[in-house]
Design a protein around this ligand. Sequence first.
Ligand SMILES: [Zn+2]
Length: 257
Amino acid sequence: MDLFVYIFSLIFGAIVGSFLNVCIYRIPANISLWWPPSTCPKCKTKIKFYDNIPVLSYLILRGKCRNCKTKISLQYPVIEALTSILTLFVVYIMGLTYWTAVALLVTYCLIILSVIDFKLYIIPDRFSIGLTVLGLIVFFINPVFQGNLTIRFIQCFASGAVAFFGLWGMAVLCSFIFKKEAMGGGDIKLIAAVGVLTGFSGVISTLIISSFSALVYYAVLFILKKNPQNKTIPFGPFISIGLFINILFPNNLLLLY
Ligand SMILES: [Zn+2]
């Protein structure tokens, strides 16, 4: 594909990333995404458009507000750069199809919900349930489901239902045995989204990838002696990694094995 498409993907991703930052900050705080315009959290000065250029503005301003010199969180340029790179990656792997547009939308939702879950230990329903509804609507262009329309819809719906109730059953069982909540409701709802978007094999693959990546993450924290102060483990970011990989590389279970 041409270079133009790749450069466009990078720039488009950076601009979307800038909007994802707004979502990450405003959705848990229940502030409208469209109004008021972005201001410095300290001095409340409206951020000028030329100070709002993804990544570049942060570098030019050396990570400080132009007016009051308060430090700007590193999260802003990191999310912008990450969104930019992942957009390019998705377009590079999948090409330009209708399913690529769905994959990008899913990726953007996963970035927002991962950061929110990581910081606040919640997965807002609008993302877990929203992604499930999205998966059910776009089943007919989903490459993992094969057969006529009815069969494909049944596959899609059943994958989501089996994933949801399977994990819910396991969570109930675990909380009964260990007398403590093993998995949050938000995680279980997100697994339903994994089912309708990537099929049953995608669910198994996602569970393997997410458990493994969570294990590696906490092992590293343990080695660095940075034990998480909060005993709650955010699992949403790890499910997101699994879902992202399965959207990009469907039916990878055998490969993984
Ligand atoms: Zn300021």
